[in-house]
Design a protein around this ligand. Structure first.
Ligand code: NAD
Length: 487
């Protein structure tokens, strides 16, 4: 397990020797003491990235791509180790880190490895006598700040396109879950990424993160995290006029119409909210169900939620693990109290599980509460295994409830009526919509939000555009063209 900062191709201690303790959310035991980056360390990392940029951005794109493909292979070869590390650091069940997260991480690096030499410029059909070509150029040093909910996947979402486009990166993982990013950096060094191209500096947001926001040599800041911190980052970045890409919170609406395949909708809804203990920006945290199918749907969903196997995330049978930190568990519990105070009816869950074996871990039962769409529990992001339920009569009413928060990240609907599916998908205010499904992601499909869910996109060609700037070059190809001041 790597626990030091990765700067300029080497694992090093923090300049002042500081460390952050990483805890195992299953039982609160100490997992690792990880070096804590502060301003001096971030500055060193930015200098290393700046120094590597000229060579890296001028390498043949295919060569950058080849290294990303090698990294994808190395991640797959290390899957068992990386998945266990991620599980121990985050509490995310091993069956998911092994079966989804690590595989998706490799797939995303592979996608952008293939993309590197296919993302090309254009020639503009300008007036006779001139050639105008436009090349997407790398920006320089990219600062990337990520949260703790899917740390290993986010390493690939952020590093993949930034590196494919020719940028160098300083990444700050969450202080709570830094281990998988350090392991990916180690694998990157092993497969031959030049020193300085990738730097990983775990540390706190107020210090290491803030320094990345403020640093004049960071060209762009790509941030995934909460809406409140995203707003602070946008304000802070204004001082250096650096570009900002913000992937923020969500309050996903999941609409079940009366003509839906209920069995599929029950399974999809449970996955939408309880996967990763609900700690997903695109979690299906609001169920909006047609009143005529509500009773049957909820009966099945509550029964399924009550049967979810909550326990040690290292056990391959476990379907839901602990929340990632004690602080966050307490925050989610406080929302359960808020929901009750607002008059919400608890249909299932609502507390920490009673099993003594889970007593020292950060566990919460899968919870479903029926409440009003204007309740705080229905408006604010809770980011836990907690779903609110509302009912509706007409499609218009369903859309009004679905679009009735400030967020606009993911949303879903379940129906067997094709034209209703398209109409409602069109009207949902969300960056991603799933029909008869929920929470699908793919490296080729743009990922991002509207409203207070942020701006900019991860994945696909959109991500390549995030990490490049178009440069137009005009060539005069006709020496006899009339000039303005010819003598
Ligand atoms: P957070 O905003 O508290 O922290 C995110 C990251 O920002 C961490 O690395 C943290 O150290 C850093 N940070 C905190 N304060 C900072 C500051 N002042 N300056 C610079 N960096 C700072 O979020 P979190 O609790 O780690 O993650 C949960 C949030 O992330 C949820 O709101 C969730 O919806 C959001 N999220 C969004 C997406 C998306 O793609 N839209 C994906 C995953 C998570």
């Amino acid at each position: 397990m790597q626990t030091k900062l990765f700067i300029g191709g080497e694992f090093v201690d923090a300049a002042d020797g500081a460390t952050v303790t990483s805890l195992d959310p299953h039982d609160g035991s100490v997992l690792a003491e990880v070096a804590e980056a502060k301003q001096e360390d971030v500055d060193r990392a930015v200098t290393a990235a700046k120094g590597a940029f000229h060579h890296w951005s001028r390498l043949a794109a295919a060569d950058r791509g080849r290294l990303l493909l090698k990294l994808a292979d190395a991640i797959e070869a290390d899957a068992d180790n990386l998945a266990l590390l991620e599980t121990r650091d985050t509490g995310h069940p091993l069956r998911d880190t092994l079966g989804l997260d690590v595989l998706r991480t490799a797939a995303t690096f592979r996608y952008f490895g293939g993309m590197a030499d296919k993302f090309q410029g254009t020639v503009v059909p300008v007036e006779q006598g001139f050639l105008d070509y436009v090349v997407p150029e790398a920006l320089g040093v990219i600062g990337q700040i990520v949260p703790w909910n899917f740390p290993v996947m986010f390493v690939s979402w952020k590093l993949g396109p930034a590196l494919a486009a020719g940028n160098c990166v300083v990444m700050k993982p969450s202080e709570i879950t830094p281990l998988s990013a350090l392991r990916v950096a180690e694998l990157a060094a092993e497969v031959g990424f030049p020193p300085g191209v990738i730097n990983v500096v775990p540390g706190y947001g107020q210090t290491a993160g803030q320094r990345l926001v403020d640093h004049p040599d960071v060209a762009k800041l790509s941030f995934t995290g909460s809406t409140d911190v995203g707003k602070q980052i946008a304000r802070g970045a204004a001082d250096t006029l650096k570009q900002v890409h913000l992937e923020l919170g969500g309050k996903g609406a999941n609409i079940v119409f009366d003509d839906a395949n209920l069995a599929a909708a029950v399974g999809g809804t449970a996955f939408g909210i309880f996967h990763n203990q609900g700690q997903a920006c695109i979690a299906a945290s609001r169920l909006i169900v047609h009143e005529s199918v509500k009773d049957e749907f909820l009966e099945r969903l509550v029964s399924l939620a009550g049967s979810i196997r909550v326990g040690d995330p290292k056990d391959l049978n476990t379907e839901m693990g602990p929340l990632t930190s004690a602080l966050h568990r307490d925050r989610v519990l406080s929302y359960l109290e808020i929901a009750a105070d607002e008059g919400g009816a608890v249909l299932v869950g609502g507390k920490a599980p009673a099993e003594p074996s889970l007593g020292s871990g950060y566990y919460i039962e899968p919870t479903i509460v029926e409440t009003t769409p204007t309740a705080r529990a229905a408006q604010e992001e809770v980011f836990g295994p907690f779903m609110v339920v509302h009912t509706f009569k007409t499609d218009e009413e369903a859309l009004e409830i679905a679009n009735g928060t400030a967020y606009g990240l993911g949303g879903g609907l379940w129906t067997s009526d094709l034209s209703r599916a398209h109409k409602v998908a069109r009207e949902l205010r969300a960056g991603m919509v799933w029909v008869n499904s929920y929470k699908r992601v793919n490296p080729g499909s743009p990922f991002g939000g509207m409203g207070v869910s942020g701006y900019g996109r991860e994945m696909g060609f959109e991500a390549m555009r995030e990490y490049t700037e178009p440069k137009a070059t005009w060539i005069n190809i006709d020496a006899n063209l009339p000039a303005f001041y010819r003598r």
